[in-house]
Design a protein around this ligand. Structure first.
Ligand code: NAP
Length: 248
């Protein structure tokens, strides 16, 4: 029988790492999990934002740049044994390809695709994932739909989802699960920055593609909570769209 918990008992005594917690989605996810009783370790680069979040939700925090091996090793070293890991860090260099710099494309494929995998590798090597741990990576609807200007970003998220499917098979014998969430447009700084780079007409047309309108960070936080919890104990290797019907 699956016991469905809600409220402050859902993640009682569970250690959950939220990476990208200084961002719009990561911050909302951390706040949501704290209300549901998780012991959180939050990570991001911006020390001021991280300090403010830690003060609000408690738990521990580590400011670290994950683009290099040293930062990932530092984070894997700092955490205790984890019940869950949420990877909500990312960059979105959205522009016609002729305007993308080498560094934009490399950083996107590194931070959005390689780093989540390398971080899990470090955590496994350091024995920091408990049997039964749940891993949630934040992807995007862009992984499955062609959009002009999204060539690097879409590739990075499609790669992330492919990687999650393989990792789910590798880790299933340990009872660990790996899933992605593919949000549509959610009102955060990243979405605002992307919207600024396209015309008003293109933005209006894009918003029309959401039968339920644009989403809120809380929508992604609730889906993350489900995939971390025992309510999804028989769910692994999937990408869950959280997109107001965009992908229908
Ligand atoms: N917002 C949307 O509409 C939307 C839709 C679909 C998918 N997504 C995906 O959801 C995830 C979060 O998006 P968001 O809107 O919350 O973005 P955001 O507000 O821009 O946050 C991005 C996060 O990534 C962190 N980060 C960036 N570079 C880093 C590095 N080198 N090392 C460590 N951390 C780094 C940032 O840390 P600092 O700020 O501290 O530097 C921040 O915590 C991303 O993967 C994005 O692709 C977002």
């Amino acid at each position: 029988m699956i016991v469905s918990m809600s409220g402050a008992d859902k993640f009682n005594n569970q250690q959950i790492l939220v990476v990208g917690a200084t961002g719009g989605l990561g911050c909302a996810i951390a706040r949501h999990l704290q209300i549901e009783g998780a012991d959180l370790i939050v990570s991001g680069r911006d020390e001021g934002k991280l300090a403010a979040l830690s003060k609000e939700i408690g738990g521990s925090s580590l400011s670290v740049d994950l683009s290099g091996a040293a930062g990932r090793a530092q984070l894997a070293e700092a955490v205790g044994e984890l019940d869950g890991v949420v990877y909500a860090a990312g960059v979105a260099p959205v522009a016609p390809v002729r305007y993308l710099k080498d560094a934009d494309i490399e950083a996107c494929l590194n931070l959005n695709t390689a780093v989540p995998l390398l971080l899990i590798r470090e955590l496994l090597k350091n024995k920091k994932l408990k049997a039964g741990a749940s891993i949630v990576w934040i992807s995007s609807v862009a992984s499955a739909r062609g959009t002009a200007g999204y060539a690097a970003y879409a590739a990075s998220k499609a790669g992330l989802e492919a990687s999650a499917r393989c990792l789910a098979l590798e880790l299933a014998p340990k009872g660990m699960r790996v899933n992605c969430i593919a949000p549509g447009m959610i009102e955060t700084d990243m979405a605002d920055a992307t919207a600024e780079r396209i015309s008003d007409e293109a933005l209006a047309a894009h918003l029309k593609a959401y039968p339920l309108g644009a989403g809120q960070p809380a929508d992604v936080a609730a889906a993350t909570s489900f995939l971390l919890s025992q309510e999804s104990r028989w769910v692994t290797g999937i990408t869950l769209p959280v997109d107001g019907g965009f992908s229908i």
